[in-house]
Ligand binder design. Structure first.
Ligand SMILES: Nc1ncnc2c1ncn2[C@@H]1O[C@H](COP(=O)(O)OP(=O)(O)OP(=O)(O)O)[C@@H](O)[C@H]1O
Ligand SMILES: [Mg+2]
Length: 482
């Protein structure tokens, strides 16, 4: 193996191609090598001790080496710090494609070992295929896109599997009040203790409950929600604790799991906990205190391990005072209390909330979903008793009424903002005509919102006022929340 020519001149090509197994291989290699060397942005060879035996002019120039001869015979590592040639020499395995950092450059390189007649590694050669990643940009960006899609799909799948669709990023807001809520949510996620979410209707209690679960240690376990107000009173106990076989005469012979069993190991979200009848409150307290439950019609207790997140829009302290909520249960649930501010107390979040909501609403539609500053200012004249749910409805209505491909200006907002003093619908303005189904859906949403606001978020009363059952009410509300 010649390291350099005796006369001290730059070595010529193929200084290492001395031993060949056959003439054919030699011919092939000798034909290929100059092509490779010419097409590449640089080439270098080392011996079995990883000392440089040869370097071509273009690689020397790329590395900023003025005199290529000065590096011949030197170990490669100090010259090219991130080289992996020693690895190729040691293992005899080629590294066909690699990206190597060199100072500020990223080089795409290929490294091949070469062998003597006995099959021993006697050195290696490396080619720099590209001295910048430009030619690979389309490939790299395609790869990145695929990677992002994959990550998004995995995330969605994981959320679906554990029953949540919101994470903390879905609680939109940058106001001090919103940031404080997120801080507390993170705190709650890190501790395995009961959490009580307090907030008016539509402030994001459900969003937050799911978000806490999804960043907690129980994230890969189930998240099970139960809306206490939506379940008929006589079915609540079975819904919570399950039913033993044959509990009712003529009943199902099989065991039916309750929400506690389904949530075992994970999180149980008790929504509208203020609507829980007193008898069930006592049973819930026991389940929380003892970590055990008794299915309906069974005399055996079952151990359960659930983290409870409860939420209500009602004033539990007032309810305790009037005796409709047990204080021992209240203190059990209220280990960590997170008050969620109403939208009117964080109007500076209106802008980013609108952006986030419009983006979500317009996804997949041929609408731009933009809002002008004047329109945001118009929104801030309103009191938002229905909070973010109501904001979403207002924006959706403005979009369906609007003509301009989904760009909302102040006028579009004033047209749909409910009963506010600032409302300015001119009776002379041309009437908007929409599909009857849209008009009816909007009227229904408005009626539900009005009822909720009048009843301060008490769904049972709201449903009664509207003359519909609670389950129908919930169905409609869920549709409105999207
Ligand atoms: N901070 C927020 N950022 C973005 N969207 C939000 C936020 N809070 C709530 N929303 C949206 O508002 C709607 C209502 O939210 P959610 O169901 O969590 O409210 P809630 O407090 O549980 O209301 P309710 O007491 O009426 O059940 C949902 O569409 C949700 O996506
Ligand atoms: Mg809710």
């Amino acid at each position: 193996m010649k390291h350099s020519t005796p006369d001290g001149k730059r070595p010529t090509m193929q200084p290492f191609l001395i031993n060949h197994r056959s003439g054919l291989t030699r011919d092939l290699i000798e034909a290929l090598f100059p092509m490779f060397e010419k097409a590449s942005a640089g080439a270098i060879a080392v011996d079995q001790a990883s000392r440089i035996t040869w370097i071509n002019a273009s690689y020397a120039a790329l590395l900023g080496i003025k005199d290529p001869d000065s590096v011949i015979g030197q170990p490669i590592q100090p010259v090219i710090p991130h080289t992996r040639m020693p690895e190729v020499v040691a293992t005899g395995n080629p590294l066909l494609l690699d990206i190597m950092e060199h100072e500020t450059q990223q080089l795409v390189v290929t490294r091949l070992p070469f062998f003597d007649d006995q099959g021993e590694v006697i050195g290696a050669v490396a080619f720099v295929l590209y001295d910048d990643l430009q030619p690979l940009t389309p490939l790299v960006s395609k790869y990145r896109r695929l990677h992002q899609d994959l990550a998004a799909a995995r995330k969605a799948l994981a959320r679906h599997a554990r029953g949540t669709r919101y994470s903390l990023g879905d609680f939109v807001g940058a106001s001090p009040a919103a940031l404080e809520v997120k801080r507390q949510a993170r705190l709650a996620a890190g501790r395995d203790m009961p959490v009580l979410l307090l907030g008016e209707t539509g402030t994001g209690k459900e969003v937050l409950a799911q978000a806490i679960h999804s960043i907690s240690g129980r994230a890969d376990r189930p998240f099970v929600g139960v809306n206490v107000a939506a379940v008929p009173e006589n079915l609540l106990e079975a819904e919570f604790f399950g039913v033993a076989p044959g509990a009712y005469t003529g009943a199902d012979r099989r065991t039916r799991d309750g929400k506690f069993q389904l949530a075992n190991g994970g999180t149980l979200f008790l929504d509208e906990v203020g609507d829980m009848p007193l008898t069930l409150q006592a049973k819930l307290l026991r389940a929380l205190q003892e970590g055990e439950i008794e299915p309906l019609g069974s005399n055996k207790v079952q151990q359960v391990d659930v983290r409870v997140i409860a939420a209500t829009s009602r004033n539990l302290e007032a309810m305790m005072a009037e005796g409709s909520f047990r204080s021992d249960l209240y203190y059990r649930l209220n280990v960590l209390e997170i008050p969620i501010p109403p939208l009117r107390d964080r109007l500076q979040d209106l802008g980013i909330l609108c952006e986030a909501i419009l983006e979500a609403v317009c996804e997949g539609l041929d609408l731009r979903g933009e809002i002008t500053d004047a329109a945001v200012a118009a929104l801030s004249t309103y009191d938002w008793p229905g909070n973010i749910r109501e904001l979403r409805n207002v924006l959706e209505r403005a979009l369906t009424m609007g003509e301009d491909l989904g760009i909302l200006d102040a006028d579009a907002i004033f047209k749909v903002l409910p009963r506010s003093g600032s409302r300015s619908v001119s009776s002379l303005a041309p009437r908007q005509v929409r599909l009857l189904s849209q008009t009816m859906a909007a009227a229904e949403a408005q009626a539900i919102e009005d009822a909720l606001i009048t009843c301060r978020g008490n769904r049972t009363r709201a449903a009664k006022m509207l003359g519909i059952s609670r389950s129908v009410f919930y169905e409609k509300l869920a549709k409105m929340s999207g």
